[in-house]
Write a protein that binds this ligand. Structure first.
Ligand code: ADE
Ligand code: ZN
Length: 325
């Protein structure tokens, strides 16, 4: 069994495996522009974040009914369990669905019915705003989510980063804070270190998603280490989207050496060639991380989570007691 861990950076729509995409397409009478699973999989070759997002949003067309979102979420939880995941904080992109006519109710009901039925993994939902859409649309989405806030722990910020700085969403994040929601944001994936500062100073986020570009700014690196602001790093994603040339070049060891609270996550595992434990193993294989490094990363994943201190400490004790095979 894989070491117990939390997954803090996972887009539920990014867990859509080609087989399930075809199954849902058939169920909903949709014709995908791919002949079969292998043909679709062959399209999973990306040059940057935008080239991935184009396919990611296109394939979401198969998600139409509560059952579709339920089945997607159930498939993720089953996979996650085999990867040692005990707690998952799951992103979803409401605007990617409401903008194509799928009601927010459908999305949230489908996802939460699967989360509630699965008892081995504790979960939180993080509602992400699409940063390449207008700020007013994000505000409208937050407003529309108000009847569902008992299902939602935090808000996040994702989609195409460059040209869409965090400050565009200062008012939306303030409104989310006023509603009692916690806050995270993608920053410094492709965008500059300054976007990380903006997310911290203007959106008041508790975690930075990706954040690898912090290495460009020594003052920021020191700040993140001092404040122990967690980074949710996604190594296989960074290589597939060419933010980093190869795994052997990945800055994760440098971030750990600088004293940051680093976690390892899968981002969009169906598209990037691995779920969360596959990311741990790839780091071990390509960067020589030791079993004790993996234990540190697993411990960090719970420390950086939104769990209550009681469950967090219970799960960290499981990490400490874990015996590697
Ligand atoms: N949405 C899904 N995956 C993403 C990523 N890696 N970066 C930004 N937005 C995303
Ligand atoms: Zn992401």
């Amino acid at each position: 069994m894989a070491i117990p861990k939390a997954e803090l950076h996972i887009h539920i729509e990014g867990t859509l495996e080609p087989e399930l995409a075809f199954h849902l397409a058939q169920r909903n009478n949709i014709t995908l522009p791919y002949t079969d699973v292998e043909h679709l999989r062959s399209a999973y070759s990306f040059t940057d974040l935008q080239s991935f997002l184009d396919l990611y949003y296109r394939l979401m067309d198969v998600l139409r009914t509560p059952d579709d979102f339920h089945d997607l979420t159930t498939a993720y939880l089953q996979r996650a369990a085999t990867q040692g995941v005990r707690h998952a904080e799951i992103f979803f992109d409401p605007q990617a669905h409401t903008n194509r006519g799928i009601p927010l109710d459908t999305v949230i009901q489908g996802i939460t019915s699967a989360l509630d039925a699965h008892h081995d993994i504790s979960t939180d939902l993080i509602l992400c705003f699409l940063r390449d859409r207008p700020a007013q649309e994000a505000m409208d989405t937050l407003h529309a989510a108000r009847p569902h806030l008992h299902h939602i722990t935090a808000v996040g910020l994702d989609s195409a980063e460059i040209g869409h700085p965090p400050t565009k969403f200062t008012e939306v994040f303030q409104a989310a804070a006023d509603l009692g929601l916690r806050r995270v944001a993608h920053a410094g994936e492709e965008g500059p270190a300054d976007y990380i500062w903006q997310a911290l100073n203007h959106l008041d986020v508790e975690r930075i998603d990706h954040g690898i570009r912090c290495l460009d700014d020594p003052t920021l690196l020191t700040h993140l280490a001092t404040t122990q602001t967690p980074l949710t790093v996604c190594p296989l994603s960074n290589v597939r989207l060419r933010a980093v040339p190869t795994l052997a070049d990945h800055p994760l060891p440098a971030l750990m050496d600088a004293g940051l609270l680093v976690t390892v996550n899968s981002d969009d595992p169906s598209y990037f060639g691995g779920y969360v434990h596959d990311n741990y193993l790839a780091l071990q294989h390509h960067l020589g991380l030791t079993n004790e490094d993996l234990r540190t990363l697993a411990r960090n994943s719970f420390t950086a989570s939104f769990l209550t201190p009681k469950r967090r400490d219970h799960l960290i004790a499981q990490v400490d007691a874990y015996v590697f095979p």
